[in-house]
Design a binder for this molecule. Structure first.
Ligand code: ATP
Length: 749
């Protein structure tokens, strides 16, 4: 790569567009003081990305824009053009133009091949090619010995840049910045991670509790489903018990009624009044019976009398009838005998009907029960005798009197008799009734004690039965109470269940086929779960779970961030340490090379002597600490001039300082040759002999790098392939023109 062109327009003293074409390896810029030569060097710094206005001798961006008698430019622009055929610049163009424009408001524009880019892009592109805005390859006027005056650490930086380690350093710095940012981020994230941890662990505990409560509630639901169906069974049982109780109460009532009746009976049976009343009644009845019997006996006697009178009347009638028969008819002995016999038959019949007869008499009377005609003659004769006797008596009586006979008498007597019989029958009925009543009263009186005992036994039996029933009744009542208490317990439990499950509780009463646990076991578990659940707060469970989930998600995000940041830290640390290693190795190797070149150039310039650069440890002093703990690396140098004893660089003369600096700068440039070197009057302090040596070294350097030399030195001018003269007219604007060596000498004056 080589530097082709520099175009300056409106920058500093260059009011108009001025081009410098670099066709040779050494170009010289000459001109009188104040014509604007150094502005050309600054134009290089500017376009290569110098950020320090001070380094370009300005205070603000506006100071870089032309202002003069010729007017005032609005923008200061510088463009540099490189031939990039060798691809030194890592960009796919054979020619690369880099342009920077500053506006009066201080803003800057950067362009690569006309396209806007960032300053950083230009910096990166150039540093990769070992070109920088303020490196050792642009030595400003009066800064030739700057490399000696800066401190070891700064010197180390310049050497690193010269060795092309800037790109590495930049990368390392970038990595370190990133690492610092990563550290800060990690710190922040770790703080957040730590701040989240207590809340998350608190929420975790709460969520665990909620989860546990939820599973307990589920368990409670299952238990309730086992528990509540029993209520129906208990209610059924309670109604069965109630029915039993009602039935038994009725039985008891009935028994009580029976007992009351028996007690009344007992009271009435056993009371003295009762017995006396019965006795009096009995006496009365017996008296009545006696009277009745008397009346009846009287009536019977009257009947007897009536019967006798009837018999008499009947005899009378017979006799009368016989008399009439005798009177009115011829009564044969035979018919009389038959009549007598009939009478006997009738008597016999009546007798046999009414009386109990001996066998003999019965036989005898039975023999009479044959009609007269059928009688044997001997019997007929008995009747005939009787008939004759009757006839004789009758005849005799007839002879004395005519029998008197009342025809109605017998009828009357019979009626009387019948009336008496009826009366007797009535009396008999009354008698039977009285006797019955008497017997009853007698019985009552006689057996009142026995009955009392019986009733008492009966009462006792019933009471016993009653107490048995009461026993059973009590059993049922107790059972009912027990069941009722259980039902009440179910009701209480139901209220609790509704508290937990609301409407859903209704479904718990439906029996399922799930085999149940022993009831007590279920109830115990329910009670235990309820206590545990009531102690836990499920009210805001949704919010807590939501917060927990969100926080867990956030924590995961933080953890991932921590991991990512740690991974970034690791990879950055690795990169930094790799880069540090590379820088270290390249630095040490480069330093060694520079050191030997430095010694060589020094000896050339001073015709002997010794010069060396070396690594030094600089203690980092911390505030309030006398004993520094840390050190940083720097580069120091020591020289010894031929035939002189010097102690420290400050003892060198101005020329000696210049020569030493040039030796070191050239040594640096020879080890890692930059594409171009701009030296602004680095040769100012050199005498003629040294100018010659300087010129030789320049030529040597120009083999590897393009040189742009701003100089007043003729020797230096003579080494240049092309000379640009810079002039400044009365308008305050610099002008460029290509000149010859001879003209250059004139220009430089
Ligand atoms: P010497 O040989 O004395 O070192 P030189 O040729 O290097 O001089 P410079 O230092 O490059 O000269 O230029 C200085 C001149 O540039 C001054 O005259 C100064 O006024 C002029 N100058 C600087 N900035 C501006 C600007 N913004 N506008 C106009 N002129 C400027």
């Amino acid at each position: 790569m080589y530097l082709k062109e520099l175009e300056i327009n409106g920058f500093k003293s260059f009011a108009k567009k001025s081009d410098l074409i670099f066709t040779t390896s050494i170009s010289g810029i000459v001109g009188p003081n104040g014509s604007g030569k150094s502005n050309v060097a600054e134009a290089f710094r500017f376009v290569l990305g110098e950020q320090s206005i001070k380094n370009m001798r300005g205070k603000k961006g506006e100071d870089l824009i032309f202002t003069g008698a010729a007017g005032r430019s609005q923008r200061g622009a510088v463009k540099v053009v490189f031939d990039n055929s060798s691809k030194t610049l890592d960009i796919d163009y054979k020619e690369v133009s880099i342009q920077r424009i500053v506006s009066r408001d201080g803003s800057n524009e950067y362009l690569i091949n006309g396209s806007k880019v960032r300053a950083k892009d230009i910096q990166e592109l150039l540093s990769a090619a070992n070109i920088g805005a303020s490196g050792h390859h642009i030595i400003s006027q009066g800064e030739a010995d700057k490399i000696l005056s800066i401190n070891p650490k700064e010197r180390k930086g310049v050497i690193e840049e010269a060795l092309g380690l800037k790109a590495f350093t930049m990368r390392k710095n970038e990595a370190e910045r990133k690492l610092a940012r990563t550290d800060d981020n990690l710190k922040e994230v770790l703080v957040e991670q730590r701040s989240v941890a207590p809340r998350i662990s608190y929420l975790k505990r709460e969520v665990d509790k909620i989860e546990k409560a939820r599973s307990m509630k589920e368990e409670l639901r299952i238990l309730y489903k086992l528990y509540f169906p029993t209520k129906k069974r208990l209610q059924d049982e309670l109604s069965v018990q109630t029915q039993h109780i009602e039935k038994l109460n009725q039985e008891v009532e009935q028994i009580n009624a029976e007992v009351r009746a028996l007690q009344e009976k007992l009271t009435s049976v056993t009371s003295t009044e009762g017995v006396e009343a019965k006795t009096q009644e009995l006496v009365k009845v017996e008296k009545e019976l006696q009277v009745l019997k008397g009346v009846k006996a009287e009536k019977e006697r009257e009947i007897g009398k009536t019967d006798a009178r009837i018999e008499i009347a009947t005899e009378e009638k017979k006799r009368y009838d016989l008399y009439l028969q005798q009177q009115e008819e011829h009564t044969s002995l035979e018919s009389l005998s038959a009549a007598v016999h009939d009478m006997w038959v009738k008597w016999a019949q009546e007798l046999m009907e009414t009386e109990t007869l001996s066998q003999e008499r019965t036989k005898r009377w039975s023999a009479l029960l044959v009609p007269y005609a059928e009688l044997p003659e001997s019997e007929k004769e008995k009747d005939r005798i009787q008939a004759r006797e009757i006839t004789a008596v009758l005849d005799e009586e007839e002879s004395v009197r005519i029998p008197e006979f009342d025809e109605l008498k017998l009828g009357r007597l019979n009626t009387e008799r019948e009336a008496l019989h009826a009366e007797i029958e009535k009396l008999s009925a009354q008698e039977v009734a009285l006797e019955q009543k008497r017997d009853e009263l007698d019985d009552v009186r006689d057996s009142s004690e026995t009955v009392g005992q019986k009733v008492q036994i009966e009462i006792l039996t019933i009471e016993k039965k009653k107490s048995e029933i009461l026993g059973i009744l009590n059993g049922h009542k107790m059972k009912a109470q027990q069941v009722d208490a259980q039902v009440q317990a179910f009701n209480i439990e139901e209220a609790a269940a509704r508290g937990f499950f609301g409407q859903e509780t209704d479904s718990f009463f439906v029996a399922t086929d799930t085999p149940g646990e022993p009831e007590m076991n279920v109830k115990d578990k329910i009670t235990r779960l309820k206590v545990l659940l009531e102690n836990g707060n499920l009210g805001s469970s949704g919010e807590i779970t939501e917060e927990y989930n969100k926080l867990v998600e956030h924590k995961q995000f933080i953890d991932e961030q921590v991991q990512d940041l740690k991974a970034t830290q690791d990879s950055l640390n690795e990169l930094i340490s790799e880069l540090a290693d590379q820088i270290e190795v390249k630095f040490r190797e480069g330093l060694e090379k520079i050191n030997s070149a430095f010694a060589r150039f020094f000896q050339t310039l001073f015709s002997g002597g010794r010069a060396e650069i070396f690594v030094t440890e600089i203690p980092i002093k911390k505030q309030d600490e006398d004993d520094p703990q840390e050190y940083e690396i720097g580069v120091d140098l020591s020289v010894s001039l031929p035939n002189k004893k010097i102690r420290g660089m400050s003892m060198l003369s101005g020329g000696e300082r210049s020569l030493t600096s040039i030796a070191l700068l050239f040594a640096m440039s020879s080890v890692t040759p930059p594409p171009f070197i701009i030296l602004d009057e680095t040769d100012a302090a050199l005498d003629e002999a040294n100018s010659k040596r300087y010129g030789d070294m320049i030529e040597l350097l120009s083999k590897e790098s393009q040189l742009i030399l701003i100089t007043h030195n003729r020797e230096t001018m003579s080494r240049a392939g092309i000379l640009y003269g810079v002039t400044m007219g009365s308008d305050g604007a610099s002008r460029l023109l290509s000149i010859s060596l001879e003209q250059g000498e004139q220009f430089a004056k």
